[in-house]
Design a binder for this molecule. Structure first.
Ligand code: AMP
Length: 284
């Protein structure tokens, strides 16, 4: 695997390889890689002649200094995992390289970056859009791969690509989970075994909400019951549990069979001071 820390070196490597029918698949990550990331690498490997993975913990998307500081960084292990998948290129820049000039750009996605994650992490999606724009501009991939676990992020990036007319195909793949159901996340590395056990309540809550909705209960009643259960458990500090349209994340107030078929349930909660998110389509 070729490893680049500098933009110019990566560009010089990719430029002569952009000859038709070559295609470049790109998997942007923040490292501390797990099977969720690796499923995206495998997908990219299947569909492209060159796969580029980036590992960069982007400071402008963190609105909480402690979260940034405590974000797991395991570059050596990540390199081994990527080599085992036969990933072609790793781009792992440092902050000085990615922000040679401090950025003044700010992004606004109207309601899409004000709700859910955006409401609890102000400025987060502006930072995401900024770094993804930079990475797309540097790598200029044919196709970029994302996980459903960060569903709102995927919609934001889709808007970004549409509005800035990036010539990049985007794909979103299902959340990879532990056998227990816990969504894989780099932040899980900060949980104790007990914390991991407690964190199962997120997926349990989503599944319970889905079950009740499909039984015909109103969203208000479902939300009340599930939130009550979450609070009674004492295991988590809930930030949100919402039901939304999966195309635009507009909240669904009145449930009908039709809007349920396009609905997504989303949750964010703290377990042992670690912020976790998960989501589930009501109808797969
Ligand atoms: P991150 O390193 O957390 O920024 O994630 C990098 C990419 O991996 C994003 O597109 C995430 O949505 C995706 N990802 C993270 N966790 C999972 C998972 N459990 N299953 C599938 N994709 C994931």
């Amino acid at each position: 695997m070729y490893i680049f820390k500098e933009i110019e070196a990566l560009r010089a490597f990719l430029q002569p390889r952009r000859v038709y029918p070559a295609s470049i698949g790109f998997v942007p990550t923040m490292g501390a890689l797990h099977q969720g990331h690796l499923s995206l690498i495998r997908q990219s490997k299947r569909e492209n002649s060159i796969t580029v993975c980036s590992i960069y913990v982007n400071p402008t998307q963190f609105n909480n200094a402690t979260d940034l500081e405590k974000y797991p960084r395991t570059l050596e292990a990540d390199v081994s995992l990527l080599e085992a998948e036969d990933c072609d290129v790793l781009f792992a820049p440092d902050n000085a390289e990615m922000y040679r000039t401090p950025s003044t750009l700010r992004f606004d996605f109207e309601h899409l970056d004000k709700i859910l994650e955006g409401k609890f992490r102000p400025g987060h999606f502006s930072g995401v859009a900024l770094v993804v724009s930079k990475l797309f501009n540097i790598v200029q991939p044919t196709c970029a791969y994302f996980g459903q676990k960060d569903y709102q992020q995927f919609l934001i990036i889709s808007r970004l690509v549409e509005e800035l007319q990036f010539d990049i195909k985007l794909d979103c793949f299902p959340t990879v989970r532990e056998e227990s159901g816990l969504a894989l996340s780099s932040r899980n590395k900060r949980l104790t075994d007990t914390g991991k056990q407690k964190a199962l309540i997120l997926i349990d809550a989503l599944k319970e909400a889905r079950r009740l909705l499909l039984r015909g209960e109103s969203w208000q009643s479902v939300k009340d019951q599930v939130i009550h259960r979450l609070q009674a458990s004492g295991s988590v500090r809930l930030e949100y549990l919402e039901l939304a349209n999966r195309a635009n994340l507009m909240p669904i107030e009145n449930v009908t069979p039709e809007n349920l078929s396009n609905a997504i349930l989303l949750i964010a909660a703290y377990v042992e001071e670690v912020r976790l998110i998960d989501n589930l389509f009501v109808v797969e």
